[in-house]
Design a protein around this ligand. Sequence first.
Ligand SMILES: *Cc1c(COP(=O)(O)O)cnc(C)c1O
Length: 402
Amino acid sequence: MSIPLPDDISPLDELLPDEPLLMMGAGPVPIPERVAAANSIVINHLGDTMAGVIEQVKTMSRYVFQTASHHILGVAGPGSAAMEMAVVNLVSPGDRVVSVCNGFFSTRLAEMATRTGGDVLRLEVPERESASPDAIAQALLEHRPQALTIVQGETSNTVFNRYLPEIARLAREHDCLVIVDAVCTLSTMPLEMDDWGVDAVITGGQKGLSSIPGVSLVAFSDRGWEKIIKRKDQLRHWCLDAKLADQFWYRKSYHYTAPVSGILAMHEALRLICKETLPHRFERHLRCSVALQAGIEAMGLSLYVPPEARLNSVVGINIPPGIDATELLRYMSNRYRVEISGSFGPPIIRIGQMGEQSRAHNLFRTVHALGSGMKALGAGINLPSGVAALESSLEHFEFGDD
Ligand SMILES: *Cc1c(COP(=O)(O)O)cnc(C)c1O
């Protein structure tokens, strides 16, 4: 034995903070107690109990994705693994692809489509704008793609692709498969997979669904599945091969050992969504996000994206002059045990409104920590106005048909 026993290992309770941090950033988000409890259980991955759990995960997913599809698959991996699963199964080498690039995550889809051998046209959307159906119609005519990739919400710069239903319809008219990343948006705002004609919807665990990171879902339409079945070439990916995953998800047989605890957690997260119902859940997210935005603006800060293109699931805040974002985040975390996110790219900080983050008590704590942190670092902030606006917006919110 040439490697000595390490002498500096601490038990977890010495590594973790005394008081858990309130996770109000761009994910992972807090998980409900029942999800945490489910995640601590290990069962036989091929037994009858697991088979019953899988049936329910698929049934509940159909509601959450709003699809009658029988091609919903789980994947042991991050949201990115679900993105890759959708892309590599639906894009054959040589296929033409239009990738709508709004920012960091949508560009990751373009990168994956390129790596799998697609002939990718990147449609760069101007910063702080939703993708325009006109620009996409043009790209569809010029490039004649077999697939289009797009995000519903771009977590990185907090842009919302508001015209997704119209874009999906245009793509369908061109006989083009539509791949939608809904990692931060699924179950926080409407997404009608079947009605909009989407062929693959991607989600992760740790954002909209308020489950754990590392177990994700992807739903394929019948049209998408037909492409998968008819492909003659062999996929270069083994773990992400949808036909192999189908063995476990629909035929009770072995592909790889499923992440049983994570699937149990996903079951609980989906069950809580079904119990709440989608309309109530959308209303809760909208009410909380609008109130948070009002509170932030009333304290004297400004938001990065104009209202027409603004994502509600993640709120991007401009950093006032003279404020160092890293220092602010550290202050909020150390002093108030509230974690929010910096950014990859634009000069903003980000607060999430996904799943358990969208609760009034979490909003008050976050707005206070943000305002107090800004003040401590020297920004001109009116914290009482922010808290008052948050309170008033929560109280007077009415659910319209946005
Ligand atoms: C977080 C996120 C991803 C990636 O998820 P990981 O679990 O980090 O791989 C992809 N797309 C969007 C829109 C996201 O917000």
